[in-house]
Structures are given as C-alpha cells and as structure tokens.
Design a protein around this ligand. Structure first.
Ligand SMILES: NC(=O)CC[C@H](N)C(=O)O
Length: 429
C-alpha cells in the first residue's frame, strides 16, 4: 500500500499527516506543539498548569508606568522602542519587513496573527528593522499555499522579540488617548520593573537619525516587477525612464511598481550626493519612505533641496516630509500617527476618495509651505496633509503608500502621474 507522509513545520511543533494515496484516507494525524500557543487570557490562566508551548514570560513596561504581562515568542532579551498600533487586517510579514518601523514596536489591532505563516514573496526589505511585535493571539497553526515557515521561527531567526496574550485593545486605547509611548519589552526576570521603567524614560526616538541604519551602503540596480495581477493602469505608455531611487529605508514594492511601469532603476544610499545623482542624468528621482524623525536628517533635506526643480521628483512618506522641509516648510510629530491599510484620503484634484496604506508618525504642516505649493491630498480621519504638488518645480509627493504591500491599491495611479511628469519633461527637452 502506498502511503505518503506530509510534514509541515510549525515552529518547533510538528504536524504530521499520513494518508493512503489509493484510498485518499487520512490514516494518522498528529500535532506536536511546543512553541505555538492557544490563545489564553493571562489572568484566566493563573492557577492552571503551564502550557507546554509557552516560551517565556515577558513584560512590556510603558513610560507611563503601566506594566503588561505577556508571553514571549521569537527572540528573548530586553528591547526598547516606541509602541505604535497598526490596524491592517492582513500583511504582517510586509509590516515586519517595512524599514520605516525601525525603533518601533508594532502592535497589531487584528487579534489573530500568524495564521498564514511566512513566505518568500512578502518581504519588503532584506531584514526586519522593527523593535518587536505585540499581538493578542498567536495562531496555533499556519495554513497558506505559499507558507514556508512559522511566524515564531521567523522572528527568532531574525532576533526580533514578539509577545502574545496581551490586551492589545487596552494598550491601543491608551495610545489613542495619551499618544505614542516608549516601552521596554523584556523576558529577563532579573531586571526589575523599576529598571525597565527607567530605561523607557531615558530613551527617545525624536531627533535620532534612523535612516543611516537601514539604507543600502552602495548603489545597485533593481529589475524585479510585480506580478501581472498588479496591472491596474492600462494607460502606461511603456516608455523607459531612468529613475534614481534614494533608499531612506525603501520598501521593495515601490521598486517593483516602478519596474512594472517600465522604469530602469538605480537605488542609491541616503548619503548619495545631489551632484552624483544629477551627473547620472536621471529622468526622475524617488525619495523613499524611511524611519524616524525627518528633522534628524538635515543632510537628506540638503540633497533633496539641490535636486528639486532640476528633474521630476516623487516623495513617498519620509520622502514627502523631506520635500516639505526642503521647500521651507516644517514637520511635526503627530499624537499617535497613522499605521494601517484602511485610511481614507481625499484626492482634492479629482474629488476621489482613496483607501490607503499608511505608516507615519510625522506630518508636514501645510501652513508652513511657501506660495505655489498645492496640498493635493487630505487624510479624512484627521484632516492632515496627505499629498503635495508643485508643478513649477516638477514635484509630487504622498504622505502614504501608493505601493500598498500590504494594503489597498487605490493609489497606484500616483506612479502613473509620476510617469506623466517625466514624459512632460522629456517632451520639453
Ligand atoms: N513610512 C515612512 O516613511 C515613515 C516616515 C516617518 N518616519 C514617520 O514616521 O512619519
């Protein structure tokens, strides 16, 4: 009798299914769990026998003095960072690999995370730069045709801490009320609550250059495109533009979308000078997304200043904030920022509302911008500036993510607008 065995690795657990290929009947089924939890309420579990899959106790100590007890998965140790909440329902792997989260703990408001595991295609950068992951319930099993591993193993291999069985709703309400908070996550029992609190109160993310830690070190050429189901814009002319993309922490899908629109792309480090860029005679320049405080990177603002007006430029998120500053405007820190795949934005030129993917803690103050700069998009949740254009100086920018990944694709047309900007410029020459 021909029998086959299918194995699916789930952390250090093993799920084995044996089936008879002639009768197609499952003959044996076993699940071994040692690191993947069932969701249990921490308080309710008191007095119960410890579950075998629990890795370690962890504490998240926030700077307001609150202490959140949780269970740990992924890496162990002690880590400090700013806690932000993300309202995306899907796409945790893209979120984990978005370099703009460097220095931050991402708390997912969706309570059930890990159910699709991880795969090779959903990486948005070569590394996880975030401080850690905070979730309510870690899925006991993974089920997806692309799955190549579990979330727990993925985080452990990348030395990223995660916690589950923590009241993510209560923390989110606190962050909404009081604003973003610095926190320290620790699995080290010998560290006292006081020590961890002290650590959270002496660390700061404002004024720190986080871009230099995530940017590439040398230029490289990007060629990968998105798959065919991403072809939303039938009006692309198929012209080839050479685009220089400044890597302030660039997400791969920005590069894939540009490649799909027919661009030849050279990615350059954040410190690449304007004169080196202009010498390469690009048709356009992208200023990418990136982590941290836009006021902490004056060298990048200088570079942007020297490039604008000379070639068409498109700023995305951090790139948009740097453009705002380069134009003479100012940026400010928001109360708790925007993080998620469900933010409504109004395109003021078309009147169209786009549901957008967002991830930022800073915003451009439109009142600080000089005459001639147009606010093209507004976030409908709080009225903040979500996009700019200055046709005279061939620039456009968005505070959010037209490349999605994860998130809705409503704003992909922005890449088409950038192609138009480059076409107009080519026609003038
Ligand atoms: N996604 C990004 O580029 C983030 C921009 C900036 N670091 C902010 O938090 O506002």
């Amino acid at each position: 009798m021909a029998a086959k065995s299918m194995k699916c690795a789930l952390g250090s657990q093993l799920l084995t299914t044996r089936f008879d290929s002639q009768s197609s009947k499952v003959r044996a089924f076993s699940v071994r769990c040692s690191s993947v939890p069932f969701s249990t309420d921490g308080a309710a579990a008191v007095g119960l026998v410890e579950r075998p899959w629990k890795v370690a106790d962890a504490r998240l100590v926030l700077e307001d003095g609150s202490i959140w007890r949780a269970k740990s998965f992924g890496a162990s140790g002690t880590q400090v960072g700013e806690v932000v909440f993300n309202t995306s329902l899907t796409g945790y792997q893209e979120i984990l690999t978005d370099p703009s989260y460097a220095g931050q703990f991402v708390l997912m408001t969706n309570p059930h995370i890990g159910n699709t595991g991880v795969n090779f295609d959903d990486e948005e950068s070569k590394q996880c730069f975030l401080a850690g992951l905070v979730i309510r319930s870690l899925s006991i099993s993974t089920s997806n045709w692309r799955c190549t591993g579990t979330l727990g193993d993925y985080l452990a291999e990348r030395n990223i801490m995660g916690i589950y069985d923590v009241d993510t709703r209560a923390i989110t309400r606190r962050l909404r009320q009081d604003g973003s908070l610095i926190g320290v996550l620790s699995t080290e029992e010998k560290k006292t609550d006081k020590e961890l609190l002290e650590m959270s109160r002496t660390w700061d993310i404002v004024g720190v250059d986080l871009i230099s830690g995530v940017s590439c070190k040398v230029p490289y050429v990007w060629v990968d495109k998105t798959d065919s189901e991403w072809q939303f814009n039938s009006e692309t002319k198929g012209e080839t533009f050479h685009v220089i993309a400044y890597d302030f922490g660039i997400k791969h899908n920005i590069l894939r979308r540009l490649a799909s629109y027919g661009c030849k792309i050279t990615v350059v480090p954040s410190t690449w000078t304007a004169s080196e860029t202009l010498k390469m005679k690009p048709d356009g320049v992208i200023f990418s997304n990136g982590p941290g405080d836009p006021s902490a990177v004056p060298y990048a603002v200088e570079t942007v200043k020297e490039i604008i007006g000379k070639v068409p430029v498109f700023g995305i998120c951090m790139g948009h904030q740097l453009l705002g500053q380069a134009l003479g405007g100012s940026t400010y820190k928001m109360k708790f920022g925007h993080h998620g795949g469900n933010h409504p934005v109004r395109n003021l030129r078309s009147g169209r509302v786009e549901i957008s993917a967002q991830n930022h803690n800073y915003a451009v103050d439109p009142a600080s911008l000089p005459k001639g700069v147009q606010v093209t998009h507004v976030n409908l949740n709080d009225g903040s500036c979500a996009g700019l254009a200055f046709p005279e100086r061939k620039l456009m920018s968005l505070q959010y993510h037209p490349e999605a990944s994860p998130g809705p694709h409503d704003s992909d047309l922005a890449f088409g607008e950038f192609m138009q900007l480059m076409t107009q410029e080519k026609e003038k020459a």
